[in-house]
Design a binder for this molecule. Structure first.
Ligand code: NAD
Ligand code: LMR
Length: 310
């Protein structure tokens, strides 16, 4: 029996992501939570002929029931960017939303794997971790920031350069999930063409949507890839499942950075092995050093948001 809860399930990401999760036959229960519209989304998805039983939960009073006994909790709840905004500008609204959801998850499904999509990911992951610490249920192997869209984009853009099939690309992207904190590991000829595009791919979509939000469909695709990888590792106990994901990690401890994305091997208990930062060339070393101050500030901001409250 595998229960997946999607929090923010009626949103731009939430709906297509829930559709893709519903398509995975390993899922037996799909709980859709949002502050609006979940009854309709749940009724719609419930007619799809895959095993998952779909239930909608709407509003604060139904959050605990949505989370009770969940094995995986995916969180795309919160506001998206508009042109001219940074992801950090979303902190004011999304930090509180994520904290509330994490509080309930810590109470109702303390052993669940938590996949955080809500921005700013660099800060919202530490927020979830601090909330779990407050409840005495923190397990760093079970809390993930979903940075998969950066890899999806990198694979697409590298593929479009024309050497080999897009489907065979597997670019490593390390660091965090915002501008300079996104560090793609590219071949020499890809660096100039693609570094900036991968770091600022999110802005391309925000600009094109012209006030109507940020990436939703590509994020749903990427988010489902991450959830499916987790299901393969946790439920099917497949070995060798890896994802780049933003987790509590020692890889950048020398710089005083507590959370960092590198290749992570997933296993039945979540994080099985955190791969080190790969050898960096001179260009990548510069990107790494440029990422550190922003990443550190984002993490400190997330931690302080929770720890400063009594
Ligand atoms: P959206 O506005 O379309 O949907 C957000 C949903 O969250 C809405 O349905 C809203 O009702 C719901 N919501 C708001 N407050 C809530 C609460 N307290 N509890 C539960 N649900 C609540 O936005 P979107 O485009 O789906 O984006 C959602 C978030 O994902 C944004 O913060 C965005 O920046 C982020 N995002 C992250 C990545 C990534 O790579 N990690 C990619 C794209 C977007
Ligand atoms: C993305 O990378 O597309 C998301 O983080 C959304 C955004 O704000 O750019």
């Amino acid at each position: 029996m595998v229960k997946v809860a999607v929090l923010g399930a009626a949103g731009g990401i939430g709906q297509p992501l829930s559709l893709l999760v519903k398509s995975n036959p390993l899922v037996t229960e799909l709980a859709l939570y949002d502050i609006v519209n979940t009854p309709g989304v749940a009724a719609d998805l419930s007619h799809i002929s895959t095993p998952a039983k779909v239930t909608g939960y709407k509003g604060d009073t139904e959050l605990a029931a949505a989370l009770a006994g969940a094995d995986i909790v995916v969180i795309p709840a919160g506001v998206p960017r508009k042109p001219g905004m940074t992801r950090d500008d979303l902190f004011k609204i999304n930090a509180g939303i994520v904290q509330t959801l994490a509080n309930s998850a810590a109470k109702n499904c303390p052993k669940a794997f938590i996949a955080v999509i809500s921005n700013p990911v660099n800060s919202t992951v530490p927020i979830v971790a601090e909330v779990f610490k407050k409840h005495g249920v923190f397990d760093p192997k079970r809390i993930f920031g979903v940075t998969t869209l950066d890899i999806t984009r990198a694979n697409t853009f590298v593929g479009q350069l024309g050497k080999g099939e897009i489907k065979d690309k597997s670019v490593t992207v390390i660091g965090g999930h915002s501008g300079v904190t996104i560090i793609p590991i590219l071949s020499a000829e890809e660096i100039d063409a693609l570094t900036h595009r991968i770091q600022y791919g999110g802005d391309e979509v925000v600009k094109a949507k012209d006030g109507a939000g940020s990436a939703t469909l590509s994020m749903a695709y990427a988010g489902a890839q991450f959830v499916n990888a987790l299901l393969d590792a946790v439920v099917l106990k497949k070995s060798g499942i890896t994802q780049c994901t933003y987790v509590k990690s020692d890889v950048a401890a020398a710089e005083g950075v507590e959370y960092f994305s590198t290749v992570v091997e997933l296993g039945p208990e979540g994080v099985a092995k955190i791969h080190p930062i790969p050898p960096l060339n001179e260009h990548e070393k510069k990107l790494y050093l440029a990422a550190i101050p922003e990443l550190k500030a984002n993490i400190e901001k997330g931690v302080a948001f929770v720890t400063s409250q009594s």
